[in-house]
Design a protein around this ligand. Structure first.
Ligand code: SAM
Ligand code: SF4
Length: 471
């Protein structure tokens, strides 16, 4: 058994990163023949993309996808640990799977993702959820065929979680959700250690992929008809820093734009690592989407310091103003309310920043203590009630939603290119995203899915737009 260890996960060394070319062992090639799988994913884009690798790995060993969990021979839960409610959802699902396993004793259940990297979670699985067959972490996802092979007799729970700084693995098989829009990892892990955040412990140290590997992937996607790539990382703006090869996100964005793929996105940006050159490159290339997700977390300098965010509200404003000079740019953010010790005055500073930035949208959260992080210790003496925090969240959302609506209203009667993503819930309706990442619903036929079409905006709501197909 390899059990997770937060102390080891916290460590950072100067050791160079192993770069591994994945190769499937012949022993495992057919172990999934005539069997089906179901993968349930929780959390961020990183997890969604990891699940694309999990599905690719499973299909490379003969499994086929089953859209009904109850009928599958293998169920994998790819979990998220960013906040308590993500934990609760995954444990709720594990409870459901216990009943399913009683009905189907041959069912194989695997748990992976960020929760698997946490000691408290694995201890709970060991004591209460022994119907799980195996647990593996974010660092050994590519061992999945071996884990399944070792568990073919369905006998006992195996934990194989590595608390290491992490490698970079190239050449994993991937089954993408769709062919016209793709995630491309550019940097793994995080070294920022914001005091509330579990990610640096669950995802390892900051490690970039080589520019040539990223460009090869983007070119292959483009040659296969893909219209949009999203360059992914917990902090994409730190891209290249660990490589010491003299290139950074600005160089990468430039090279990716020059492949002429129609749309280039990147997410997420930490304000600390944003350079003027990156802003110049974003402005220069029409196929780099004018959309930046720039988490602020709090508008109070006192709280930002306690969070370990490394910028002040003044620094943030300076960067924000520079980005706002890019014509048509849309900027969204993340905000945490109720960080331990946040006072009404601190919260008012956050509202003031929202008023200043007038974001196009925001993800807002109540602070959730994560075991092992420095802020969790501050939380033990936190005086603010949950009721008060919920009130703050409500007030914040009211303000954010007003500005989202205002920004959407400014788009009324104008026409925008939209990449059509799929059928919307309403009959004969499609949905897609503008270059600025606004969700648009409009009437159209399903043969438009995957195409970039022009849509005239007719109605603006806080979270979406309704429009009419122009051509
Ligand atoms: N790397 C990104 C950054 O630096 O902004 C964010 C990654 S995290 C997956 C997404 C968001 O979750 C964060 O921006 C933060 O607002 C929120 N978050 C992280 N830890 C949290 C916690 N303990 N409680 C509440 N929200 C949290
Ligand atoms: Fe978490 Fe901060 Fe790293 Fe973002 S930058 S993943 S919030 S530690």
């Amino acid at each position: 058994m390899n059990l997770p260890n937060l102390n080891e996960a916290r460590r950072r060394s100067n050791k160079s990163v192993n770069r591994i070319d994945y190769k499937l062992n012949n022993l495992y090639k057919q172990i999934g023949l005539n069997k089906t799988y179901y993968v349930k994913t929780y959390g961020c884009q990183m997890n969604e993309h990891d699940s694309e690798f999990i599905e690719g790995l499973l299909e490379s060993i003969g499994f086929t996808k089953n859209n009904e969990m109850e009928k599958a021979d293998l169920v994998i839960l790819n979990t998220c640990s960013i906040r308590e409610n993500a934990h609760n959802k995954a444990f709720g699902m594990l409870g459901r799977l216990k009943h399913l396993k009683e009905e189907k004793p041959n069912l194989i259940i695997g748990v992976c993702g960020c929760m698997a990297q946490e000691e408290v979670v694995v201890n709970e699985i060991l004591s209460k959820y022994r119907h799980v067959n195996f647990v593996f972490g974010t660092h050994n996802l590519f061992d999945l065929p071996k884990l399944i092979y070792d568990n073919m007799d369905n006998s006992k729970l195996k934990i194989d979680v590595l608390s290491v700084e992490g490698d970079v693995v190239e050449g994993l098989p991937v089954k993408r959700v769709n062919s016209f829009k793709a995630y491309v990892n550019i940097i793994y892990g995080c070294d920022k250690f914001c005091t509330y955040c579990i990610v640096p412990y669950t995802r390892g140290k900051q490690r970039s992929r080589k520019i040539e590997d990223i460009l090869k992937e983007v070119n292959e996607l483009k040659d296969n008809g893909c219209s949009e790539v999203t360059l992914l990382g917990q902090n994409v703006n730190a891209y290249g820093k660990d490589l010491g090869l003299g290139y950074d996100l600005a160089d990468l964005l430039e090279k990716v734009a020059e492949t002429n793929i129609p749309r280039v996105r990147f997410i997420t940006s930490h304000p600390w690592d944003f350079t003027d050159r990156m802003i110049e490159v974003i402005s220069k290339y029409p196929n780099i989407m004018k959309y930046v997700h720039l988490p602020i977390q709090s508008g109070s300098n006192r709280i930002l310091k306690l969070m370990g965010r490394r910028y002040t509200k003044e620094d943030y404003k300076t960067l924000f103003d520079k980005l706002k000079k890019i014509p048509g740019i849309s900027i969204t953010t993340d905000i945490i309310v109720g960080f331990p010790g946040e006072t009404e005055e601190d919260f008012l500073d956050t509202l003031e920043m929202v008023n200043y930035c007038q974001y196009d949208g925001a993800f807002t959260f109540i602070y959730s203590p994560r075991v092992g992080t420095p802020a969790a210790k501050l939380y033990e003496s936190d005086q603010t009630s949950l009721e008060e925090k919920e009130q703050r969240l409500y007030r914040l959302n009211e303000l954010i939603n007003n500005y989202s609506l205002e920004s959407n209203k400014r788009m009324l009667n104008n026409t925008y290119p939209v990449l059509v993503e799929g059928l919307s819930n309403k009959e004969n309706m499609l949905f897609g995203y503008t270059e600025t990442n606004k969700l648009v619903n409009f009437a159209g036929k399903s043969d438009l899915i995957g195409k970039i079409v022009k849509v005239k905006i007719q109605e603006a709501k806080s979270f979406s737009l309704d429009g009419e197909l122009v051509e």
